[in-house]
Design a protein around this ligand. Structure first.
Ligand code: SF4
Ligand code: SF4
Length: 207
């Protein structure tokens, strides 16, 4: 069946009228910056102090765009008679964002929480080589990483927090016990001058 003449035009005009009454979704960037969700994959920040140079991120990166160089250093024994240990020292950590596909695998696999997503996205360059961000630049991105969202109040306490809380409680109890022991006078002198044990109460008071 042939369409009614002019029906296509009417449909088109109806669409035009409908969209004219809707609110515009055009973003006025760069005058107005977008309000991005905290989990936006903008750029990767490196928290260098946590990196143990385990190379897991570089090995798992599907694009092979993480470059890590390191050397080994010998650490003297902690106690006399102990054994020397060796540790990796980071010399270079770089990510080539011209190759990165923002999959997030490196961040997921890092066992030491050294890599984080930042929502920053304004790092376009006219020279492709500038898109390889070295460790100093990756560290600078860390300042733009948003704080993690608060835990669900009914969620199970994370193991790390539970262990830290228990250790802090133990330390507090040990300190309180030590302080109580220090306040308690002991020995024959304390007993003789009436400041020991229950007599202590009677020995105190206004002069
Ligand atoms: S986000 Fe993916 S592609 Fe980019 S550096 Fe990490 S693992 Fe490689
Ligand atoms: S996986 Fe984490 S700790 Fe290991 S080299 Fe990469 S950033 Fe460093």
């Amino acid at each position: 069946m042939s369409p009614i003449p002019g029906s296509g035009l009417a449909k088109g005009l109806a669409v035009t009228l409908r969209t004219m009454t809707r609110r515009s979704v055009t973003a006025r960037y760069p005058d107005v910056l977008p309000d991005l969700p905290p989990r936006t994959r903008g750029v990767i920040g490196l928290f260098e102090e946590n990196c143990t140079v385990c190379m897991l991120c570089a090995r798992e990166c599907p694009d092979w765009c993480i470059y890590i160089d390191s050397h080994k250093e010998t650490v003297p024994p902690a106690a006399p008679g102990g054994r020397e240990r060796s540790r990796n020292v980071l010399d270079r950590f770089a990510i080539d964002f011209s190759l990165c596909m923002y999959c997030g695998i490196c961040i997921e696999v890092c066992p030491f929480d050294a890599l984080f997503w930042s929502p920053e996205f304004e790092y376009a360059e006219t020279d492709i080589h500038e898109l390889t961000h070295e460790r100093d630049k990756l560290r600078e991105w860390m300042w733009t990483v948003p704080a993690p969202p608060p835990l669900d109040p009914r969620a199970e306490e994370p193991k790390e927090l539970a262990a830290a809380r228990k250790a802090a409680e133990k330390l507090e109890a040990a300190e309180a016990a030590a302080a109580a022991r220090a306040d308690e006078p002991s020995g024959p002198a304390a007993e003789a001058d009436g400041t020991g044990g229950g007599d202590r109460q009677g020995g105190e008071g206004p002069a």
